[in-house]
Design a protein around this ligand. Structure first.
Ligand code: ADP
Ligand code: MG
Length: 698
């Protein structure tokens, strides 16, 4: 095997390849498009397409595809081959600039949330030159945005790019006010830590719930769970290690900076973190990472579960969205500086984030709302559904001092330095860790921990970027008109702290007392379930935010509302139907078979030993018969509820009905089934148990 630097990015048409394969003039115009969004001339596009095609064909590619991210959350691709007939009966390999720039997949099979009804069914994909093309499965994949013909976005990438633009616009205004004329572009960067489970493929195949829904709908707790804390950072098992090595290699070839891997808290749970990169690229890379995890797992006889809560009673999986803002000349704006002046700028950006999180708690919650993620947020697991910001004692102390206009005498015992009026200098290294906070400052970045493991990180970053752009806009508006910059700056920072300190919380976010304090004393929002929060997407203040920064048009928001709730409803209805099927065709028959054999054993014993009371068998048969009756009754109730809910028309009302009627009935059906599992001989049970799944990979 070659050394990593030799094959890293070997399947990516990256800057190195562009430079090597494009005429100098073409390369220069393409860079201008990538860096400044300049329009690409068709001659240039033709030259780029030809070079890309030659490069891809030399690496075995036969097809190309526009690779995009529809609202389903997974990526979509439609493959066309490069072949084109030549007059001599053979073929030549062709790829035109037009084919590179724009494609026309049929939009009608992708969710549009009503946009299809009002607009044309056709959609088009448009090349996103800021994300490099790559080869996957002998196909040249061109990252693209996906829109309706009338221009509305039907994907997650378009609004993400718009939100990055909005933040860039407002951050540049603020930097100019600080006298910085050099910076040309401000970008956000993300490093998403991805959690996942690995289970044995043969066992997975035996469970309809895993195959149809990605999570277990039944299953008694195993006698060993995660209580020993022996899995976290534990030695990696050989089969898992082989999977990880293979996965890294695939990701490195795709230019993805896979960096850290370790076992997570739950048995069979693992994590992979890449080195952070520009948000747009990080989003594409995370989608590819999830896809590769599943593909590579299959090669190792494993299945990678990306669901947020595959097992009840053990930790679920999330995605930690590490997020920072930096300039094109490499300054991290969320990093405390060396001089008081730099610190003033840092504090302003910090305040912009705090204000954004407080003002738009609801949008952040909406951005991570899925049926799967509801099992983490709002259930008994960290992080909670209440959005709060962790800053650590040091930084909180600094903000307190500013708010109260007193000298800062915190841990560092640093006196206020009067460079920019009264803003203090404090140590750079402020990396307290708090694993329960949904939104934690970790030294030079924020870690948004509410994102679900299966979800695209696009939505979370769209909301985050836009909300922060809004804070910065408010600051820039005020500072541009200020008589005295420093006084205004100081006042604004103070005001932000005063108005928004309710969202800062350094304690245990897992605690019931906190939830009570947050909601009752501080007035923070606590939307436990998806149907509770998604309607707030269409609140006036949120529509104003998202439309005024050009991130979403009104119709696009209405469409996202529809699609998000539709997804929620479909997911849970599929789960409910799967439960009904499994209970009726697998669980009840298994219990019956065991009961019959137990009864037969008792009869045989009575014949052998006349007068034998057979108390054990009688008790067991009685208990299991009662459970079977319960299961049958609860199955019927759930089935009835599914029919009722299907009749509820509007998607908001339907999602609420599903939350209130279907989910409780699913829990009620599960209970007797799980109890029966603990009483039924293992060889009768129709599918692998939690113990088999969680400890089955060696
Ligand atoms: P952990 O949070 O597990 O202690 P790290 O803090 O080292 O681990 O990094 C977690 C993730 O944060 C990695 O993907 C890393 O690349 C990313 N990260 C580090 N610095 C930044 C930054 N400035 N902006 C965005 N992401 C970052
Ligand atoms: Mg982390």
């Amino acid at each position: 095997m070659a050394a990593v630097p030799e094959y890293f990015g070997s399947l990516v048409f990256d800057d190195r390849e562009m430079k090597a394969n494009l005429p100098a003039g073409v390369y220069k115009s393409l860079r201008r498009t990538i860096e400044q969004g300049a329009k690409l001339d068709i001659g240039v596009a033709n030259a780029v397409a030809a070079a890309m095609k030659d490069w891809a064909v030399a690496r075995g590619a036969t097809h190309f595809t526009h690779w995009f991210q529809p609202l389903t959350g997974v990526t979509a691709e439609k493959h066309d081959s490069f072949i084109s007939p030549s007059p001599d009966g053979g073929v030549i390999m062709e790829f035109s600039g037009k084919e590179l720039i724009q494609g026309e997949p049929d939009a009608s099979s992708f969710p549009s949330g009503g946009l299809r009804a009002t607009f044309e069914a056709r959609g088009y994909t448009a090349w996103d030159p800021t994300s490099y093309a790559f080869i996957k499965d002998k196909t040249l994949c061109v990252p693209t945005a996906f829109c309706a013909y009338s221009g509305e976005a039907l994907d997650k990438k378009t609004p993400l790019l718009r939100s990055m633009e909005a933040l860039n616009r407002q951050a540049l205004r603020v930097l100019r006010l600080f006298g910085n004329d050099k910076v040309k572009r401000v970008n956000t960067a993300v490093g998403p830590e991805q959690e996942y489970f690995l289970v044995d493929a043969a066992m997975y195949d035996k469970r309809r719930d895993l195959r149809f829904t990605g999570r277990t709908l039944f299953g008694a707790r195993p006698s060993k769970g995660q209580e020993m804390d022996d899995h976290y950072f534990g030695a990696i098992k050989p089969r898992v290690a082989a999977f990880m090595a293979d996965l890294n290699e695939e990701l490195w070839k795709l230019g993805i900076l896979a960096k850290t891997q370790h076992n997570e808290v739950a048995p069979a749970q693992h994590e992979l973190a890449p080195i952070y990169t520009t948000t747009n690229l990080a989003t594409d890379h995370n989608q590819l990472t999830m896809e590769m995890m599943q593909k590579v797992a299959a090669r190792h006889g494993l299945v990678c579960l990306l669901h947020e809560k595959p097992f009840v009673g053990v930790n679920g999986s999330g995605k930690h969205n590490n997020w920072s803002i930096s300039t094109d000349d490499g300054v991290n704006l969320l990093s405390p500086g060396e001089t008081p002046y730099e610190n003033a700028q840092f504090l302003l950006f910090l305040c912009a984030v705090i204000k954004a999180v407080d003002d738009y708690q609801d949008l952040l919650r909406v951005s991570v709302a899925t049926a799967g993620n509801d099992h983490r947020l709002g259930a008994n697991e960290a992080p909670p559904a209440v959005v709060s910001v962790f800053l650590g004692d040091e930084l909180s102390g600094v903000l307190d001092a500013i708010e109260q206009d007193v000298p800062y005498e915190g841990v560092a015992k640093t006196k206020i330095k009067l460079g920019v009026d009264v803003l203090p200098k404090f140590p750079r290294d402020n990396t307290d860790r708090n694993r329960t906070s949904p939104f934690a400052f970790t030294g030079n970045k924020f870690e948004f921990r509410m994102v679900g493991s299966a979800d695209s990180i696009a939505c979370a970053n769209i909301m985050l970027n836009t909300a922060v752009a809004e804070s910065l806009k408010i600051y820039a508006d005020r500072l541009e008109g200020a008589e005295d910059f420093e006084t205004s700056l100081h006042e604004m920072i103070r005001k932000t702290i005063k108005d928004h300190k309710r969202v800062i919380f350094n304690g245990n976010g897992y605690d019931d007392d906190w939830i009570q304090e947050a909601t009752e004393k501080r007035g923070l929002l606590n939307y436990r379930a998806t149907p509770d929060c998604v309607p707030h997407l269409l609140e006036k203040k949120n529509i104003r935010l998202l439309t005024s920064h050009g991130v979403f048009a009104m119709q696009e928001l209405a469409s996202r509302y529809e699609v998000t709730l539709e997804n929620y409803c479909k997911t849970i209805i599929i789960e409910a139907n799967t439960m009904v099927d499994m209970a009726r065709t697998e669980i009840i028959p298994a219990i019956e078979a065991f009961v019959l054999d137990t009864a037969k054993a008792a009869a045989a014993k009575k014949e052998l030993v006349p007068g034998c009371p057979c108390a054990y068998e009688t008790g067991l048969v009685k208990k299991l018969s009662a459970l079977t009756d319960q299961i049958a009754a609860k199955t019927a109730e759930l089935e009835e509820a599914i029919v009722t809910v299907a009749g509820v028309g509007e998607v908001g009302a339907q999602s609420a009905a599903i939350r209130d009627v279907i989910l409780p009935r699913m829990s009620e059906l599960r209970l007797p089934c799980d109890e029966a599992e603990t009483l039924t001989a293992k060889k009768y049970w129709p599918f692998p148990t939690y113990g088999d799944l969680l400890f089955g990979v060696r």
